[in-house]
Write a protein that binds this ligand. Structure first.
Ligand code: ADP
Ligand code: MG
Length: 289
């Protein structure tokens, strides 16, 4: 019977770490036409490492120390990477006071009585803290798929820190498998357009970049008007975007709370479980029809 077939698929999927919240999820998953992926921690490993430093006055260690002082107040993956590099360089960073996130842009704190910021170069430029030389370097680094954090203090650029977050080893294969199922793949990210384009090109997928948290939800809503959309994210800060898709799938560190906000969870942290889930759903529904 129909429920028995779905129930056995659900339990077979669960044995390999693909949790679905019920039979309706199988039905919807079988018809998915587009999968939108959050970038950081979903398509990528989510553990960026510092690759390049550059400073206006040539003192890279001072730039690293200032960046670490500001990032001491942040738990963003980029913050962890910068703090780790500072520690490796033997820098005892002075943690800034009153650290606060600037949503989708970076983090700000008081250092020695001055306001300092680490985060998106675009925001630094908007604040008047950018130079032509820095901009050229930043654009070249971004074209290599690196994320660049601008470091400024009291309205003046001090330097830049470039970071790279490697794609998961199975990300490219997952996109290829989705493509062979006739399903489009799209990366959604708050990162800048050049970095996003370089990473998306390497994975042969579409992308939308420079999305603030609200923009991700809007992007999903507009995509979901034309296509049956699955959104794959980490389940915590992506909750509103997961909820806006026909199916929200949580992957990675957020999986303990995942099934509260998501329709499905991938416990094994494999991107290739996304096409696997759709394939299982299609086979199940095909067996029923
Ligand atoms: P995503 O998860 O898609 O990378 P986020 O909203 O987490 O998007 O961040 C968007 C952008 O804001 C990052 O690419 C980075 O440029 C900047 N940013 C956010 N938080 C920080 C931080 N703590 N340090 C440096 N840059 C940051
Ligand atoms: Mg994020």
């Amino acid at each position: 019977s129909v429920p028995a077939s779905i129930a056995s698929s659900l339990s077979a999927a669960a044995r390999r770490g693909l949790l679905m919240k019920g039979g309706a999820v199988i039905e919807t998953a079988a018809g998915i036409q587009l999968v939108a992926f959050d970038k950081t921690g979903t398509l990528t490993v989510g553990r960026p490492v510092v690759t390049d430093l550059w400073s206006v006055d040539g003192d890279d260690l001072a730039t690293l120390a200032l960046a670490a002082g500001v990032e001491a107040g942040s738990s963003h993956p980029l913050a962890e990477a910068i703090l780790k590099r500072a520690e490796e360089a033997g820098i005892a960073a002075k943690a800034g006071r009153n650290a606060r996130a600037v949503a989708g842009r970076g983090v700000e704190a008081e250092i020695e009585g001055e306001t300092a910021f680490v985060g998106s170069p675009r925001y630094a430029a908007e604040q008047g803290a950018m130079t032509d030389e820095a901009r050229n370097r930043i654009e070249a680094l971004e074209a290599e798929g690196k994320t660049v954090a601008a470091v400024f203090r009291a309205g003046r650029l001090q330097g830049i820190v470039a970071l790279r977050d490697e794609p998961r080893e199975d990300a490219r294969r997952a996109v290829e498998e989705l493509s062979s199922l006739g399903v489009r793949s799209m990366m959604l990210t708050g990162d800048n357009g050049r970095t996003a384009a370089a990473i998306a090109k390497g994975l042969s997928m579409e992308h939308r970049a420079e999305l603030l948290p609200d923009d991700k939800v809007k992007a999903i809503r507009s995509l979901a008007e034309g296509d049956a959309v699955m959104m794959v994210g980490d389940g915590i800060n992506d909750a509103p975007a997961l909820a806006a898709a026909q199916i929200g799938v949580a992957m990675g560190s957020g999986t303990d709370v995942a099934l509260e906000t998501a329709d499905a969870a991938l416990l094994a942290n494999r991107v290739s479980d996304v096409p696997a889930l759709i394939r299982i759903a299609r086979i199940t529904m095909g067996n029923i029809r």
